[in-house]
Design a protein around this ligand. Structure first.
Ligand code: KG4
Ligand code: ZN
Length: 332
């Protein structure tokens, strides 16, 4: 089965074609960073308008790069949520219209679940595995038992890790989006320079909290010590506080679940220190650690097309009354 995937949940307009036997045939992402950077974050109304401008050329490019005409597509998968309602509506309405015109099946895909299976575009991983999903809007742990069975283990009680990175970068004057800027600066910094707080919560907890860390950074930056500190050392120490908790809690969850396998997913899993520490600590604990290449960590439609194909070929389909949703379906 050959599936066209469409993703528009936030500020990237993306389309991709995945074929069950030939694999990923195309993966096109139109970023809106230049539109939003002046505001220091995503402006929902502008994001919707940009999606409207980009959706047709992005889908055309994805089909052309796949060497596919519309008629060769067997089904369409589109992100239905969670995300910005206006942004989601552009992608989903376009997908439904195309499905109707081509008389092809459509399937709504959950953005978070799509991230959890992105790894399969590059390698096979045995089920079950523990997945850490870390992005701009989410920081959650899951037990993944199959393409249709995802169990929520815990999530952030306040900010997501990506949000913490982005807000820290803004406070440090590093621009938007901030995760990549902190990652880059931190490479030349001392990780142990400043002891920023780690919120472990209770020992057994699979939940996260990053709001205290954000406040600690703000207080530190306005202190005399903070004003005199090297940006590289602040970035490295701040990043370490996030990474230590993410890796520690993920490996602890794997041990608790007695699952020797972990997958990292979502935009923040592109972070070089997170990847290195998860690898090192996982090795030491006898736990396999998998993460996709960076382009498949951040938002893309390849993951939507892949999960859509897996599920559609197993008989799943949505109706044309399919609607978008803003909030995650995964919580306690
Ligand atoms: O998954 P994603 O592309 O979009 C959402 O679904 O949220 O994640 C975006 C987030 C942003 O907060 C961005 O700053 C963060 O991922 N990010 C990073 C890195 N690359 C992207 N954070 C830390 N280090 C990176 N290298
Ligand atoms: Zn995402």
């Amino acid at each position: 089965m050959r599936v066209l995937g469409i993703e528009s949940s936030c500020d990237d307009t993306a389309a991709a074609v995945y074929d069950a036997s030939a694999g990923l045939l195309s993966n096109v992402v139109a970023s809106q960073v230049s539109v939003h950077e002046a505001y220091g974050g995503v402006v929902p109304e502008l994001a919707s308008r940009e999606h409207i401008r980009s959706i047709v050329p992005v889908v055309e490019q994805a089909l052309a790069a796949a060497g596919s005409c519309q008629g060769e597509i067997d089904g369409i998968a589109a992100t239905a949520g969670p995300g910005l309602i206006g942004s989601l509506l552009v992608g989903l309405c376009f997908a439904k219209s195309l499905a109707y015109a081509l008389k092809k099946p459509i399937l709504g895909v959950d953005h978070l679940e799509a991230h959890l299976f992105a790894i399969f575009l590059e390698r096979q991983v045995d089920f079950p595995y523990v997945a850490l999903l870390v992005s701009g809007g989410h920081t959650s742990l899951f037990r993944v038992e199959g393409f249709d069975k995802v169990v929520f283990l815990g999530g952030t009680r306040d900010d997501a890790a990506g949000e913490a990175f982005d807000k820290a970068a803004k406070q440090m004057g590093l621009g938007y989006p901030g995760g990549v800027a902190i990652d880059r600066l931190a490479r030349d910094g001392d990780r142990a320079c400043f002891p920023f707080p780690r919120a472990w919560l209770s020992q057994e907890s699979a939940d996260f909290s990053f709001s205290g860390l954000k406040t600690a950074l703000r207080v530190f930056l306005s202190s005399a010590e903070g004003k005199a500190a090297r940006q590289e050392d602040i970035a490295a120490s701040f990043q370490e506080a996030i990474v230590e908790v993410l890796v520690g809690k993920t490996l602890a969850a794997a041990k608790r679940e007695r699952i020797p396998r972990v997958v990292l997913a979502g935009g923040v899993s592109a972070n070089s220190r997170l990847r290195a520490k998860a690898d090192e600590d996982g090795n030491r604990a006898g736990i396999e650690v998998h993460f996709p290449s960076r382009a498949l960590c951040t938002d893309n439609a390849a993951m939507v097309a892949f999960l859509g194909e897996r599920r559609m070929s197993a008989g799943h389909a949505s109706g044309l009354d399919l609607n978008v949703y803003a909030a995650s379906r995964f919580s306690r």
